[in-house]
Design a protein around this ligand. Structure first.
Ligand SMILES: CC(C)(COP(=O)(O)OP(=O)(O)OC[C@H]1O[C@@H](n2cnc3c(N)ncnc32)[C@H](O)[C@@H]1OP(=O)(O)O)[C@@H](O)C(=O)NCCC(=O)NCCS
Length: 172
């Protein structure tokens, strides 16, 4: 799938260094787990869970900035626990923040979720304090529905939802 500036494809071997540098950056992991992955963990995760994936529809797609042919992160839909639901996810390398790429990717995957897959609702989990991410969700009409505190760390995860009916009312 492509948008104006981005291409989404399966992860390939040449993505490994950029994937590792993204997940070993403490700022990237600040609101997703709280700390940078050690190098070995990032390498293992890439080789075991990302390389060759996704194959179709669900998963976090390698996100390529078309103009630079550069791997800048991974975005996509994770299958939900219930039929008709999925979770929206996006992770970008820090040099590419603030240029509207997460918004562009989100809009594309919201379209996939509701138009192509005809899902009933999309969910998104965001750690409290991740203001940029919450802003993106709110911009597209996601509504806060609940919070969960992780007892071990005290971190608070806010759950947002966007229903297809709301999206269809909003879309032209
Ligand atoms: C969160 C993340 C995906 C945002 O990516 P991005 O490409 O910079 O996002 P965009 O440029 O599309 O949009 C950011 C929006 O948030 C706004 N924003 C940025 N920082 C903000 C802040 N501190 N408070 C409120 N809004 C903020 C921007 O102004 C922009 O709004 P606009 O579209 O109305 O102008 C990126 O920072 C990232 O990958 N972070 C690390 C991983 C992560 O946290 N992923 C999300 C897990 S829920």
């Amino acid at each position: 799938m492509e948008t104006q500036r981005l291409l989404f494809r399966t992860h390939e071997p040449q993505d490994e260094p950029d994937f590792i540098s993204m997940h070993t950056d403490p700022e990237v992991r600040r609101y997703v787990g709280g700390r940078a992955w050690p190098l070995e963990k990032a390498r293992t995760r890439f080789r075991e869970e990302y390389l060759g994936w996704p194959k179709e529809t669900y998963g976090l797609w390698a996100t390529i900035l078309k103009e630079e042919k550069k791997y800048i992160g991974c975005c996509g839909l994770r299958a939900g626990d219930k039929k008709g639901e999925a979770h929206l996810g996006y992770y970008l390398a820090q040099p590419y923040w603030g240029r509207g790429f997460a918004s562009e990717a989100s809009l594309a995957f919201i379209g996939v979720a509701f138009t192509r897959l005809r899902l009933v609702r999309l969910l998104a989990d965001v750690e409290k304090g991740n203001d940029a991410s919450e802003h993106i969700l709110q911009k597209f009409g996601f509504k806060y529905i609940s919070r969960e505190e992780i007892p071990a760390s005290g971190r608070v995860i806010n759950l947002y939802e966007l229903t297809r009916s709301k999206w269809e009312k909003k879309s032209p």
